[in-house]
Design a protein around this ligand. Sequence first.
Ligand SMILES: [Zn+2]
Length: 87
Amino acid sequence: MKTGFTPISLDEYVKLHLKNNPGTSQAAEVTEVLEDTLRAYKQGARCNCGNPIWVIGSAFSGFDGCFTCITGEAYPEDDYEIDEACI
Ligand SMILES: [Zn+2]
């Protein structure tokens, strides 16, 4: 169970990502990288520190890490996580 994140469906996040990053990537690529990372999460992927990975952050930062290790912040505030990875 992860707390503090705003849950979002994968499809909705892809739309949001494309809106926030216009012209940088295609929906299919963004979907694929998120699906790959979500699959790793469901298989029990963990950050180096032992926490479950943050799927959205890991998908776009290039390494599988938890929120704190990726951002350097203690807790998510207005940060999204794929809904399937919030439970
Ligand atoms: Zn970590």
